[in-house]
Design a protein around this ligand. Structure first.
Ligand SMILES: *[C@@H]1O[C@H](CO)[C@@H](O)[C@H](O)[C@H]1NC(C)=O
Ligand SMILES: *[C@@H]1O[C@H](CO)[C@@H](O)[C@H](O)[C@H]1NC(C)=O
Length: 309
């Protein structure tokens, strides 16, 4: 039932019906070198969330490493994980939080793969009211995942902040992990913990008020990265009143192809971006093979998109 409904919505979207906004192709500007470096650095933290050694081994207090060698800049930093989670009971939210002494950061990273089944279970894309901001509604499945881990994450961050009050807090994630990170950013900003948010190939996670709150900059900045025709940022389809999903802005839009190095010239900053397309391969390539540590991720992502199309 829900599958059929989603397919119908996608078909409407394809015809430009019911409020599915056409991709905005405004070439606002090329990204600055500083932000380009940050986008590529925090991508490596998002990639590290896919690696068992960081999220899935009950090894708090160890260094962040990537067995697929796709997080060299993170491995070069002096890190020590504060909390690792992969065994939440209901939704299997997965990720870690760590200190980074070298870059003076407290970083929280989520991966997407484990929650794909949960997302599929929520294909009707129901939204729920949240108290993080006025009028805000967010996807109930992502919210449930965040709720399962929030106590542990917030405690870990506050303890690290007590020890390192000058460290910046950053939250990041790829795919559904990006949606989790977005909810985490809203929750932390709501309790006056400033946090910068970096997402890669994230779906939309809430309504207009939600997107506007997260696009504000007084308690941290938000960087939403989309690679070319990545299919996931086009989801869920927006339907006025029923499912008014909107994107956090600005969008950092990577225009280069799959499996090639990304240069600064390849990244545009769009004040009101809504890019994406029909490509799964583009979802798997953000500066490098972002989900490389999870051998099953490609398959899970393909299955998810097949179910949705
Ligand atoms: C980690 O701890 C959880 C909860 O105690 C347990 O279920 C799980 O098997 C452990 N995982 C590993 C890899 O040791
Ligand atoms: C990493 O940071 C910890 C905590 O400050 C410190 O004790 C340790 O010496 C550092 N390690 C390196 C290799 O710098």
């Amino acid at each position: 039932m829900v599958f059929a409904r989603s397919a119908a919505l996608l078909a409407l979207g394809g015809l430009g019906g019911l409020g599915w906004a056409a991709p905005v192709e405004v070439r606002d500007d090329t990204v600055s070198l500083d932000i380009f470096n940050r986008l590529s650095f925090f991508e490596q933290y998002a990639a590290a969330a896919y690696c068992k050694s960081n999220s899935d081994s009950n090894s708090t207090g160890t260094k962040v490493t990537c067995e697929e060698q796709n997080c060299g800049s993170v491995e070069a930093a002096n890190t020590s994980t504060l909390i690792e989670f992969a065994h939440s009971t209901e939704t299997d939210a997965t990720g870690f939080a760590t200190t980074d002494m070298t870059n003076e950061l407290i970083v929280i990273a989520f991966r997407g793969s484990k929650s794909i089944d949960n997302w599929k279970a929520n294909l009707d894309f129901q939204m729920e009211d949240v108290t993080f901001c006025s009028g805000c509604r967010t996807h109930s499945g992502f919210l449930e995942s965040w709720n399962e881990v929030q106590d542990g994450v917030i405690k870990a961050v506050q303890a690290a902040q007590a020890e390192h009050p000058d460290f910046m807090v950053v939250i990041t994630g790829h795919s559904l992990g990006g949606a989790m990170a977005t909810i985490g950013a809203a929750a932390l900003r709501n309790i006056d913990i400033p946090v910068d948010l970096y997402t890669y190939g994230a779906p939309k996670s809430g309504n207009d008020e939600w997107a506007t709150f997260l696009s504000g900059t007084d308690k941290g900045e938000s960087f939403r990265v989309v690679h070319k025709d990545d299919i996931v940022p086009t989801l869920p389809p927006s339907v006025p009143f029923l499912m008014p999903y909107a994107h956090v802005q600005p969008e950092y839009y990577i225009t280069s192809g799959n499996k090639v190095d990304v240069t600064r010239q390849d990244v545009q900053v769009l004040a009101d971006g809504d890019n994406g397309g029909g490509d799964i391969a583009a979802h798997l390539w953000y500066f490098n093979r972002i989900s490389a540590c999870d051998a099953l991720f490609d398959l899970k992502a393909k299955r998810m998109v097949e179910d949705l199309s």
